[in-house]
Design a protein around this ligand. Structure first.
Ligand code: ADP
Ligand code: 5GP
Length: 216
């Protein structure tokens, strides 16, 4: 029986500072032939150490709006004063090549993707508590106090929409969390709805048995 070869589309969302980036980086390091991480375009300024074309495609507002107009993005959204969006060509190419493509995106974009591609798996990453979330955001040291406060207030809005997601990923122990995510995504490949060709094959073989074509 041959399972579907095409990759699956995975959306990972979660409060800023929950550990999405850390988990995905680790997942890709361990399974580079299984997963591909989509690189988003954004108008946000690069953080120290972030590289154009690696972490994001850093764009001006005008360049980003041109991408929207050209239909180059699968989805896009505004988040705390900046545009973020997913360029289409890379995602299509990787899915065709059989890779599972991960979009690490916020909640509005996640729903847009789910609407366009209903088979998308939606994961929501949360820390074990709000206190730990604040500690991680402050500890990361990449945003000032004002931006951290804005991101925490955005988290309070996002929590209201968590129940539209498929899986809750609690990022307490990183090692356990990475293994859990990998297992969930392996299991997703076995969904009946993703494997219609394999089901048709066995259906046909069984029909041939019942017609006596196997000579039993
Ligand atoms: P996000 O991508 O969700 O905004 P990051 O991956 O940047 O979050 O993680 C935020 C901070 O929390 C980083 O400093 C990271 O090293 C730390 N972190 C991530 N996962 C864990 C974990 N399981 N335990 C402790 N610290 C963590
Ligand atoms: P950050 O500025 O911390 O890198 O990202 C801020 C938020 O934007 C995060 O929730 C992140 O997941 C989200 N994000 C990153 N890329 C995209 C994208 O292409 N589309 C959407 N909708 N959100 C994105």
């Amino acid at each position: 029986m041959v399972l579907e070869k095409k990759g699956i589309l995975i959306v990972v969302s979660g409060f800023s500072g929950a550990g999405k980036g850390t988990i995905m980086k680790e997942l890709l390091k361990r399974h580079p032939n299984v997963y591909a991480l989509s690189i988003s375009a954004t108008t946000r300024k690069p953080r120290v150490g972030e590289q154009d074309g690696v972490d994001y495609f850093f764009k001006t507002k005008e360049e980003f709006e041109q991408m929207i107009e050209n239909g180059d993005l699968i989805e896009y959204a505004q988040y705390v004063g900046n545009y973020y969006g997913t360029p289409k060509p890379y995602v299509d190419k990787q899915l065709e090549a059989g890779k599972d493509v991960i979009l690490e995106i916020e909640i509005q974009g996640a729903f847009e993707v789910k609407e366009k591609f209903p088979q998308t798996v939606l994961l929501f990453v949360t820390p074990p508590s709000a206190q730990i979330l604040e500690k991680r955001l402050v500890g990361r040291g990449t945003e000032d106090r004002k931006t951290i406060a804005q991101r925490l207030s955005r988290a309070a809005e996002e929590v209201e929409k968590m129940d539209h997601y498929d899986y809750l990923i609690i990022n307490d122990d990183l090692e356990k969390c990475v293994k859990k995510v990998h297992q969930i995504l392996r299991d997703e490949h076995l969904r009946i709805s993703r494997n219609q060709a394999a089901i048709n094959q066995i259906r046909q073989e069984l029909q041939e048995f019942s017609k006596g074509e196997y000579g039993i």
